[in-house]
Write a protein that binds this ligand. Structure first.
Ligand code: SAM
Length: 295
């Protein structure tokens, strides 16, 4: 392994005073689409990595942790899995996980950035693993906001795999009361809305808490959950929302029966992992219980 000074580095800056450096083995792509800056690199520790606007989106080594956590608790809890809507999800790995469920008749994925989707197909085909060609996949290249304004479908689960709503991100307009209402209007009765919901690290959980606080005004059950994602160097949080289903109390049998029916083997998610995902530490529960600003 070359000495430190011989590497080129990808530096992900979390805040003005915190960063994580990944050595770069190879750069597959570095450029800008109509919507965002894109980097696709290979690192010694995590294999291939997709970076958008300077933020790690997923890595070859641990993307299954992130994508199984995002998709399967929601689908395990959704009473109707025939129609699923994915907002964002450029790599195709969320689509892949959804299509592993044999109950899914159609999965619609709406991503604004066709160039990112094509780059992922070209350089990161392991992520989608053929799912873009699955007859049950409907891929819409367009703004999720526009889709939500015109679509009249009813979905058993809506899965938001959007980039973080930072000021300059194309996902930013999707984080507001009005859009949360539009998303809810697309849910079939008893449906589940799940979103990737920023970090739950003790030092930077404010954005996550703000999302949860806002969503509590819209749903009966708003359940935060999280897992460590090593490539993010962070505890990554998600929120599952429903008026009928509290994902926190899905029993082991329900989860295991759901997992057993999935095509192929899980890497991360089963009933024991489910309990661990939803068992939040005291500092996070306290933060979530606090009042504060909303979207
Ligand atoms: N794992 C991720 C993370 O850590 O932020 C998210 C993965 S996925 C690559 C995010 C996708 O959201 C991107 O492909 C991006 O193009 C898409 N996106 C952002 N804004 C969008 C919008 N307004 N409508 C649809 N897709 C959007």
């Amino acid at each position: 392994m070359p000495k430190t000074e011989h590497w080129q580095w990808y530096v992900e800056q979390f805040s003005p005073t915190e960063e994580h450096r990944h050595a770069i083995d190879e750069v597959f792509y570095a450029g800008r689409t109509d919507f965002q800056n894109v980097g696709i690199i290979r690192t010694p520790a995590f294999g291939k990595v997709l970076i958008l606007d300077g933020d790690t989106q997923s890595s070859q080594a641990d993307e299954r942790i992130y994508h199984e956590a995002l998709v399967h608790p929601a689908l395990a809890g959704a009473p109707d899995r025939s129609e699923i809507l994915i907002l964002g999800g450029g790599e195709g790995a969320t689509l892949r996980e959804v299509l592993r469920c044999p109950d899914v008749g159609r999965a619609t994925m709406v991503d604004i950035d066709g160039q990112v989707v094509e780059l992922c197909k070209k350089y990161l085909p392991e992520w989608s693993a053929g799912s873009f060609k699955d007859a049950r996949a409907r891929v819409v290249i367009g703004d999720a906001l526009e889709f939500l304004e015109t679509d009249r479908g009813a979905y058993g689960a809506v899965i938001s795999d959007l980039t973080e709503p930072l000021a300059d991100s194309p996902s930013n307009p999707l984080f507001c009361e009005d859009v949360f209402r539009k998303i809810k209007a697309r849910l079939a009765p008893g449906g589940v809305y799940v979103l990737q919901a920023s970090t739950a690290g003790f030092h930077n959980m404010a954005l996550h808490a703000k999302m949860a606080r806002t969503l509590r005004d819209h749903y009966e059950h708003v359940a935060s959950f999280y897992t460590h994602v090593p490539a993010f160097d962070n505890d990554w949080a998600f929120i599952g929302c429903s008026d009928d289903r509290d994902l926190r109390v899905l029993d082991d049998q329900t989860v295991d029966e759901y997992v057993e029916r999935l095509r192929g083997e899980n890497y991360f998610y089963d009933s024991q992992t489910h309990r661990r995902l939803f068992a939040l530490p005291l500092y996070l529960r306290r933060e979530l219980a606090k009042g504060g600003d909303r979207f």
